[in-house]
Write a protein that binds this ligand. Structure first.
Ligand SMILES: *Cc1c(COP(=O)(O)O)cnc(C)c1O
Length: 411
């Protein structure tokens, strides 16, 4: 008889033996003993390494891969990624320091994000990383700070494109946006860059996030390259970098299909062959966060209490939305859906039941699993939320209700 398959088999990135999850080759219960506390986040090196290898296999070989570290800024994770990818994208001065500590060549670190302070600009210019300018005002401030420091800032222009990435979880381009400079104003900005003491590197065009549709990404790649070629005509020099964004999504919910990476890669290869004569030597960059680390991580908490209310089973855990806002459905989701959840030592076998997993916070929002089919669990059992390697711990309101924070381990 074959072993029972968990409900989330398609989303289970980790090994299962004797109905227990193994992460980094360690049985979950043993891992929890090793960590010494719940709740914790665990990230697996192997899964990240394999994910980068998969991208290398399908994307054109001359495309550079950057890690957008806001998805998971744990220094050990960023260090591991630094050994696998071609560059790191940061979005704050704090992230910049972590990225520099990895030893990554500063020329391969870029800094995007609105509202960069003078202090952040100053550190970035001194470090020699590439600033993705988010506005004309930021351009002027960067030039002044560069003058004051006696260092020429390395800059690219973040463009708010005149199109959207269709069917995206989060749209970050097209229409009015706080990100980047509207495409139609970029030519004028490029003329100003030529007048200022700024070293122009190229363009950053990021249109959206969490996209599972190859056709939408293919369309965005085509429009992005066309836009870069058009804008390059007004640039003070030929662009050395064209960052075409990312937005590759991962499946979280039942019915979601994996992104067809092969199709995206093949289409991009064709587009780049066509565009090469006009793009010259420009390095094409794809920047990804979630796609690189999201599936490599899990959030683990422990059942503290098991109770019933009017016929429904509640597993009350020591973890909740204060560590994992996204799994509670409150991180930009319109409709709450269950993340893939398993009982760590009863992944697919044993008696099953329908139960809800809630956290210790005094709010009905603190819901990690709403009436899911799970292995029957008691106090002391480990609850595991899969697909939790991105936008987990650092995207959650840890101070809310003053519970202890979650620790993180990389295995
Ligand atoms: C957040 C962000 C990313 C990463 O997005 P993912 O969906 O995690 O891949 C990449 N680039 C920019 C500019 C971002 O703001």
């Amino acid at each position: 008889m074959s072993a029972p398959r968990p409900q989330h088999a398609a989303l289970l990135q980790f090994e299962v033996k004797d109905d227990s999850l193994y992460i980094g080759g360690i049985p979950l219960a043993r891992l929890a003993q090793r960590v010494g506390q719940t709740p914790f986040y665990v990230y697996e090196r192997r899964a990240m390494t394999e994910r980068v290898a998969l991208l290398r296999k399908h994307l054109p070989t001359d495309v550079h891969l950057h890690y957008a570290m806001k998805a998971n800024p744990m220094p050990a994770v960023v260090q591991h990624m630094a050994g696998l990818v071609d560059g790191i994208d940061v979005a704050s001065g704090g992230e910049l320091h972590v990225a520099l500590d990895t030893g990554m060549d500063p020329a391969r670190i870029s800094f995007a994000g609105p509202g960069k302070s003078d202090a952040e600009l100053s550190c970035a210019i001194a470090a020699g990383i590439v600033l993705n300018l988010e506005s004309e005002g930021e351009m002027e401030r960067a030039a002044l700070i560069g003058q004051r420091l006696g260092i020429q800032p390395q800059v690219a222009v973040r463009v708010n494109p005149d199109f959207e990435l269709k069917s995206s979880g989060m749209k970050m381009g097209g229409g009015p946006k706080q990100f980047g400079v509207d495409a139609e104003r970029v030519p004028q900005m490029l003329r100003r860059i030529a007048e200022l003491e700024l070293d122009f590197h190229g363009f950053h065009i990021f249109s959206g996030s969490q996209n599972l549709k190859a056709a939408a990404i293919q369309e965005a790649h085509e429009k992005t390259l066309a836009l870069a070629i058009r804008l390059a005509q007004d640039a003070p020099r030929a662009p050395r970098i064209v960052n075409i964004g990312g937005g590759f999504g991962i499946p979280y919910f039942p019915g979601e299909e994996r992104l067809d990476l092969e199709a995206v890669g093949a289409n991009l290869r064709r587009l780049l062959e066509e565009a090469r004569p006009q793009l010259g030597q420009a390095q094409i960059v794809i920047e990804l966060g979630r796609y690189l680390v999201g599936e490599a991580g899990a959030y683990v908490c422990r059942v503290v209490d098991r109770k019933e209310s009017r016929g429904q089973v509640y597993l009350v855990a020591d973890g909740g939305l204060h560590h994992h806002l996204s799994a509670s459905g409150n991180f930009g989701q319109v409709i709450r859906k269950n993340y893939p959840v398993v009982i760590g030592t009863r992944v697919a076998g044993g008696p099953r039941e329908t139960a809800s997993v809630v956290g210790p916070l005094c709010t009905p929002l603190d819901l990690l699993a709403d009436q899911m089919e799970l292995g029957q669990a008691q106090a002391g059992d480990l609850v595991v939320l899969l697909q939790s390697g991105a936008y987990g711990r650092t995207a959650s309101p840890a101070a809310f209700l003053s519970h202890p924070t979650a620790v993180e381990v990389l295995v």
